[in-house]
Design a protein around this ligand. Structure first.
Ligand code: ADP
Length: 437
C-alpha cells in the first residue's frame, strides 16, 4: 500500500498545487500548470520506456549495460539489474557444471553417447567417437542407426530390452571389438555406453584355443592306451609279442602325456605373475657342462655336439628356469637335426651383452613360420615334433623364461642348412668374472 502512495506522490502534489493555483490565480493559470506538469511526467516515462526497449534489443544483457533511471524507474532498473545478475550467475554455474561433466565423461575409459527420444545423437565423448566412428561436430542430430548400421545393433535398439550388453565385432573403426549397453534415463532418453573389449576377446579366444589344443594333444595317447587296455582285458588270449608291443606303446604314450603335463605346469608357473624370478648368480659354464651331458645322452651318439664357453661371466637369474630354456633349445637342435649333423652350444660376451646360442645343421625352418614359433602348440611339422617327443610348448617356455630375464630370442634359419637360436641377455643381467676384466 505504501508503494502505491509513494508512486502516486507526484500526481497528488500536482493536483494539490493545481487546486491552490485555481483559488489564487484562477482556472486558466491552474490548468496551464496542470497540463505542463502532466506533459513532463509523460515525457519522463516515455524516455525511460525507450531506454528499456533499447536495452532489451541488445544481445549483451549484463547488469552494467542497464540504463540509469530516475524516480520510480530507478527502482525498476535496480530490480532488473539484480535479476540479470542472478540469472547470469546461475547460467555461469550451469555452464561450469556442464563443462565439469564433459571433462569427467571425456576422461572416462568408456564411450558415452546421449540419445534423444527418437534415437538421435545429442552428445558423445571422444572415446565414443573413436569406438563408433562418430564425428560429433558433423553427426550431432543424426540417427544413431545411420552411423552404427549393423543389424544386431538396430535390432538391439528396437527390442528395448537393455539388460544385457551387445557385442559388436565389426564397427566403423577397424579391428576393435566393442560391447554396447543402452541405459534409459529421463524422458525416453538413453545413454549408449561403449567399451573396448578387444583385448578381453583375444584372451578369451586364446583360452578357448588352448583348451582345444590340450584336449587334442591328450586325445591321441589316451585313445592308444584305452584301445590296448580294452584288448588286453578282453577274454581272448593275446600273443606274447602283442603283449610286449602293447606295453611298449602304452609306456611311450604315457611318457608323452607326462611330458605334456610337466610342460603345462612349467608354463603356468612362468605365466603366474605372482611368481617373481628368484635372482641368484648362475654359473652358466657349469650349467652348460651338465646340459651337454644331457644332450649327449639324448643324441645317443647320432650327432657331433660341441660346447664353446668363451666367457666365465655369470648370469643373474633363476638357474632352474635358465636350465629349462637352454635345455629346450638344445633338445630341439638334436630332434630337428638328422643323424650325423653338427650341433654347437656357445656362451660368449658380445657388444657388452651375454649371448647364448645353439647352432645346428638340421632341417631348418621356412621364414614365414619363424614369427609364430613361440606360440603355444605351434609346430612346423606336427608329426616330426610328436615322433621325437615334442609337446609343442618348448619355445613358448623359452619365450616366458626370456621375458622374465630381460632377454630376447633371435632365430636365424635356412631350410636344409640348419638353424641358429640366439638368446641375448642385457648387460645388467651379466655378472662379470674377474678373469675377463
Ligand atoms: P616341439 O615340442 O614341437 O619341438 P617347440 O615349441 O620346441 O615345440 O618348437 C616349435 C616348432 O619349432 C617345432 O615343432 C619345430 O617345427 C620348430 N623348431 C624348433 N626348433 C627347431 C630347430 N632347431 N630346427 C628346426 N625346427 C625347429
Amino acid at each position: 500500500m505504501s508503494d502505491i502512495w509513494e508512486r502516486s506522490f507526484n500526481m497528488i502534489l500536482v493536483v494539490l498545487i493545481t487546486a491552490v493555483l485555481w483559488m489564487i490565480f484562477g482556472a486558466v493559470n491552474a490548468l496551464i500548470f496542470c497540463s505542463g506538469a502532466l506533459l513532463w511526467m509523460v515525457f519522463h516515462h516515455v524516455r525511460h520506456l525507450v531506454a528499456l526497449e533499447r536495452w532489451l534489443q541488445v544481445s549483451d544483457h549484463t547488469p552494467a549495460s542497464i540504463p540509469a533511471g530516475s524516480g520510480a524507474w530507478d527502482d525498476v532498473f535496480a530490480h532488473l539489474a539484480r535479476y540479470v545478475r542472478q540469472h547470469s550467475q546461475s547460467q555461469e554455474q550451469l555452464s561450469l557444471a556442464l563443462e565439469r561433466m564433459q571433462k569427467i565423461t571425456s576422461a572416462m575409459p568408456d564411450g558415452i553417447v546421449i540419445l534423444d527420444e527418437t534415437d538421435r545423437i545429442e552428445w558423445c565423448n571422444p572415446v565414443a567417437e573413436q569406438h563408433l566412428g562418430i564425428n560429433l561436430s558433423l553427426d550431432a542430430g543424426q540417427q544413431i542407426t545411420y552411423l552404427v548400421r549393423q543389424i544386431p545393433f538396430v535390432e538391439y535398439l528396437a527390442a528395448r530390452k537393455y539388460s544385457n550388453p551387445l557385442i559388436l565385432k565389426q564397427t566403423r573403426q577397424q579391428g576393435i571389438i566393442v560391447s554396447l549397453q543402452l541405459v534409459p534415463y529421463g524422458y525416453k532418453q538413453k545413454l549408449l555406453i561403449s567399451r573396448d573389449i578387444t583385448r578381453f576377446e583375444k584372451i578369451e579366444t586364446m583360452r578357448r584355443d588352448f583348451i582345444a589344443n590340450v584336449s587334442h594333444e591328450l586325445r591321441t595317447p589316451l585313445t592308444v592306451v584305452g584301445g590296448f587296455l580294452e584288448t588286453l582285458s578282453a577274454d581272448e588270449p593275446v600273443s606274447v609279442d602283442f603283449n610286449k608291443r602293447a606295453l611298449a606303446l602304452m609306456t611311450q604314450q604315457t611318457t608323452r602325456m607326462q611330458r605334456l603335463v610337466e610342460d603345462l605346469l612349467v608354463l603356468s608357473r612362468l605365466e603366474n605373475e605372482q611368481n617373481k624370478v628368484n635372482d641368484k648368480p648362475v654359473d652358466v659354464a657349469s650349467l652348460l657342462q651338465s646340459a651337454l651331458q644331457d644332450a649327449e645322452s639324448l643324441s645317443a651318439g647320432r650327432h657331433h655336439i660341441r660346447l664353446n664357453v668363451a666367457t666365465r661371466d655369470q648370469l643373474s637369474g633363476s638357474e632352474e628356469e635358465l636350465r629349462s630354456a637352454f635345455g629346450n633349445l638344445i633338445s630341439n637342435a638334436i630332434r630337428y637335426t638328422p643323424d650325423g649333423g653338427e650341433i654347437s652350444i656357445n656362451w660368449e660376451k658380445k657388444d657388452g651383452q651375454g649371448l647364448f646360442s645353439v647352432q645346428d645343421s638340421g632341417i631348418g625352418i621356412e621364414s614365414q613360420h619363424i614369427p609364430r614359433l613361440t606360440e603355444r602348440f605351434y609346430r612346423v611339422d606336427s608329426s616330426r615334433s610328436r615322433e621325437t617327443g615334442g609337446t609343442g610348448l618348448g619355445l613358448a617356455i623359452v619365450k616366458h623364461v626370456l621375458n622374465r630375464h630381460d632377454a630376447r630370442l633371435e632365430i636365424i634359419s635356412k631350410v636344409g642348412k640348419g638353424s641358429c637360436f640366439n638368446i641375448w641377455f642385457s648387460a645388467k643381467r651379466l655378472i662379470t668374472s674377474d678373469s675377463d676384466e
